[in-house]
Design a protein around this ligand. Structure first.
Ligand code: PSU
Ligand code: MN
Length: 303
């Protein structure tokens, strides 16, 4: 069922570290060519830190774990022409032999199938502002509740209601670990005003928690590792908050709903900030790839 790239298959067979990566961030999260450049840089950072990258996507209905450079280029160039694929969409895209860019939720599902326990991304989906009325809650959260993969992210964007997102994760029993921080990061900025559940200061301690949860206790479900954007790449809080507010108003005016809302907000924020937000977006993804590699290397040593 899975097309596992030979390099990834070899690493898994040898119990070496592998890091899963999503593809919605490539096709729907950034414009071309920055999306492809970033995807290639992320893979290079993972190799440099002793792990093998496995970018996940659906191509012609085949589940791909580990992509070639030309696959990455295709996903980036085709952009919104590739269908955003979450848990709900997987059977359709596969049965109808379409191309799918996997979200955090769909990437977690496939990573677990391929036995890859560590996954790096930028930001996760969550409970949207106004969810009490719209009921817009990303399927990423439900996936974290049930699928045993650690997701390394820079927290979540404040396009979401971060307080409610953390409450949801608490209800579902998903641990939120702050890497070298007590504060839950808000993607472009290092602090959201909310605290993480546990702070851990090195990759080995994080790997130890994962091993205890899955290997020793056999407790199923994900773990969210929150890694703040590097200080040098943090955005001005006021500028980013204003951009987010404006983007949300525009989305409301244009009646954007459902799966379209997150990509719409990301693209508008990038334009409103004149590309500033994308610079910090790229750096935080690279930073997450580095930490995920370190965790994967330490976790591989336990098995
Ligand atoms: N948040 C970001 N960048 C992203 C996404 C979310 O800051 O690229 C993408 C991820 O793929 C995430 C998805 O899994 O959007 C969530 O979409 P939704 O809210 O429709 O579940
Ligand atoms: Mn949604």
């Amino acid at each position: 069922m899975l097309d596992i790239h030979p390099e990834v298959a070899q690493a898994l067979a040898a119990k070496k570290a592998v890091v899963a990566l999503e593809s919605t961030i490539i096709s729907h999260g950034m414009p071309y060519p920055q999306n492809v450049e970033t995807a290639n840089k992320v893979e290079a950072v993972i190799r440099k830190n002793g792990a093998i990258p496995a970018t996940i996507a659906i191509l012609n209905g085949r589940i791909k774990v580990g992509l070639s450079e030309s696959d990455l280029d295709f996903l980036g160039k085709t952009g919104f022409g590739v269908i955003k694929c979450s848990r709900r969409d997987l059977p359709f895209i596969i049965a109808q032999k379409k191309h799918g860019a996997t979200t955090v939720a769909a990437t977690m599902i496939i990573a677990e199938m391929a036995k890859i326990p560590v996954f790096a991304t930028g930001g996760i989906g969550g409970v949207h502002r106004g969810a009490a009325v719209s009921m817009d809650i990303s399927a990423d959260l439900q996936e974290l509740a049930q699928t045993s993969v650690a997701v390394v992210s820079a927290g979540a964007k404040s396009i979401l209601d971060l307080g409610l997102t953390l409450e949801y994760l608490e209800t579902m029993g998903v641990p939120v670990i702050g890497y070298q921080t007590d504060d839950f990061p808000a993607f472009y900025v290092r602090k959201s005003g909310f605290k993480v559940d546990y702070r851990l200061d090195n990759a080995e301690n994080i790997a130890q928690i994962l091993h205890t949860k899955w290997g020793f206790l056999d407790l199923r479900g994900g773990v969210l590792v929150a890694n703040p954007v590097p200080r040098a790449n943090e955005m001005d809080n006021l500028i980013i908050q204003k951009a987010i507010e404006q983007a949300i108003i525009e989305a409301k005016d244009q009646q954007i709903t459902g799966k379209e809302i997150t990509p719409f907000l990301l693209a508008r924020i990038k334009d409103i900030t004149g590309g500033e937000s994308m610079k910090s977006n790229i750096q935080l993804v690279l930073n997450n790839a580095r930490l995920a590699s370190e965790i994967a290397v330490k976790l591989a040593a336990f098995s």
